[in-house]
Design a protein around this ligand. Structure first.
Ligand SMILES: Nc1ncnc2c1ncn2[C@@H]1O[C@H](COP(=O)(O)OP(=O)(O)OP(=O)(O)O)[C@@H](O)[C@H]1O
Ligand SMILES: [Mg+2]
Length: 282
């Protein structure tokens, strides 16, 4: 069964679940080395939702890949529950920008794919897969192939697939960026509802200031050359959150502070268009 974890009482718990300690990453390519992350330190408590925001190329995906154990830092360390993350682990689920479903398998078989890879018993997980698909409104689509689903539906299947084996941590790299604005808003609400039911620790990469502010307990802004952490800001909004909070002056003020930090990180002015801010949008 699902382990529903208690929400943390405070944003920074006594011992963090994930601890990123002065992490550095340089890619050694055939050309010059690329310093993707100069230094990053951040602690994430169990149950927290933390977004990484920042201009294109500032190392957000690199940091996420290191947290997933898919890339190794060239300096510093990333600890999960006190032990170093050195390779992909069962207790970490990951969702990429493109849903990358297997096109020849139905929605439910895609959700069950990690269960087959991990050689877990299928039948109890089939019940769980149905429960997850129902939660994201896809009960009637479990036997459809990805080509018969919309982009938003495919991304919802990918979320179910990442949750099927009940990982503690969910890493999400721009999961909704290919979706239209209305579907994206709906996905944000769906994700919030999923997390109310199955409490997880989430690290979420986005280019959208509004999305980060709406979803997160904390927003971490990366940037600068070479790239580092510019701001680590607690979101002051109560949960559960409704879209109406986006109409408040408090929300506008938070978004403004995030935008100014990103523009500073990108060496720009407040009036810069999104392209000049490295693709970061309101
Ligand atoms: N496998 C790789 N080999 C060499 N350089 C890489 C590799 N992956 C990323 N980089 C470089 O590292 C830097 C950071 O890239 P990364 O993809 O982490 O940025 P990002 O913040 O996720 O950007 P975006 O918002 O565009 O997705 C960039 O300069 C990029 O070109
Ligand atoms: Mg990226």
């Amino acid at each position: 069964m699902l382990a529903i974890q208690p929400a943390p009482n405070s944003v920074v718990a006594a011992s963090p679940l994930v601890s990123v300690n002065n992490v550095q990453k340089t890619y050694f390519t055939r050309q010059a080395p690329v310093q993707a992350v100069a230094s990053a330190s951040v602690n994430i408590a169990r149950g927290e939702f933390v977004s990484l925001l920042g201009p294109s190329g500032c190392g957000k995906s690199t940091l996420l890949m290191m947290m997933a154990g898919l890339e190794r830092p060239t300096g510093g360390s990333i600890l999960l529950g006190g032990s170093e993350i050195k390779e992909p682990r069962r207790d970490i689920g990951i969702i990429f920008q493109d849903a990358t479903l297997l096109p020849w398998k139905s929605a439910i078989e895609n959700v069950l794919f990690p269960v087959r890879i991990l050689k877990l018993p299928i039948e109890p997980y089939r019940r769980r897969a149905r429960e997850l698909l129902a939660l994201v409104g896809l009960s009637d689509f479990e036997n459809k192939k990805p080509a018969q689903l919309s982009g938003g539906m495919r991304q919802r299947v990918a979320i179910c697939r990442a949750l099927i084996h009940d990982p503690d941590i969910l890493l999400m790299d721009e999961p909704f960026s290919a979706l239209d604005a209305i579907t994206r808003d709906q996905m944000n609400v769906a994700l919030s509802e999923i997390l109310e039911t199955y409490k997880k620790t989430v690290i979420f990469v986005t280019h959208s200031i509004r999305e980060a502010a709406f979803l997160s307990d904390r927003v971490v802004v990366m940037g600068g050359r070479p790239s580092t952490i510019m701001l680590d800001m607690k979101m002051p909004f109560e949960r559960p959150r409704r879209f109406e909070i986006e109409e408040t002056s408090e929300f506008a003020g938070v978004c403004r502070q995030l935008r100014l930090t990103i523009e500073g990180a990108h060496g720009g002015q407040a009036s810069q268009p999104p392209a000049a801010r490295g693709g970061v949008i309101e």
